[in-house]
Ligand binder design. Structure first.
Ligand SMILES: C[S@@+](CC[C@H](N)C(=O)[O-])C[C@H]1O[C@@H](n2cnc3c(N)ncnc32)[C@H](O)[C@@H]1O
Length: 194
């Protein structure tokens, strides 16, 4: 089931909201050298592709839209990124299909307004190795934004924090995305080691 309000606008417009490279410098914490990275809902690959330039492990980019998956696979090939696996997957219905504790980092960007955010966070937790890191970004509610889901379903940082704790993450920290994504807030959370 495609998450509510998760369609994408034209790519140029979408890209105008972010500086993905600079954001990943802030968010893509990897607890080891050859970490795998998993993105839930990769869209145009705005973040999956630059993540693959940084990660030594495999970057798994999942999306329910065939056109998005094809685009990301084509771009990975064109950009010489053999470590990208773009896969058609409905992770709400079927989970990610990624083995337990296999990922060093998971990204859930612009998606936590879906119907059951805690289930998605629990799935991210399952895939992360102990000490693995989840990063989350979402549209701010404290300022006017040019896009984003309706405010009635748009989670505030405090809400995400509470969901992250419910899913088992500890060490949840806010990341100020500053001029790299002025309409967004960021968070990183860790799957506990013990
Ligand atoms: C708002 S876009 C965000 C894309 C990307 N994370 C970004 O920030 O640039 C959400 C993406 O999640 C995908 N999506 C929504 N529900 C999904 C599901 N159940 N399984 C897999 N992908 C899903 C949509 O097709 C869309 O590409």
């Amino acid at each position: 089931m495609k998450g509510r309000e998760s369609g994408m606008p034209e790519e140029d417009y979408w890209s105008s909201f972010f500086n993905p490279e600079a954001m990943l410098d802030q968010l893509l914490v990897m607890p080891g050298e050859r970490c795998n990275v998993l993105e839930f809902g990769c869209g145009y690959g705005t973040f999956s592709l630059p993540a693959a330039q940084r990660a030594q492990g495999v970057v798994t980019a999942l999306d329910i839209e065939p056109a998005m998956v094809e685009l990301v696979a084509e771009r990975a090939k064109a950009e010489g990124l053999p470590n990208v696996v773009a896969e058609l997957r409905d992770f709400v219905e079927h989970g990610t299909g990624v083995p337990d504790e296999s990922q060093g980092h998971a990204m859930i960007f612009n998606l936590l307004h879906i119907e059951d955010p805690v289930a998605l966070l629990r799935e991210a937790y399952r895939t992360l190795q102990p000490g693995g890191i989840l990063s989350v970004i979402h549209w701010r509610s404290d300022i006017e934004t040019p896009r984003g889901p309706p405010l009635t379903i748009r989670p505030k940082p405090e809400q995400c924090q509470s969901w992250l704790s419910e899913a088992g993450f500890d060490s949840v920290n806010r990341v100020d995305l500053e001029s790299n994504a002025p309409y967004h807030y960021g968070m990183v959370a860790r799957r506990p080691v013990g």
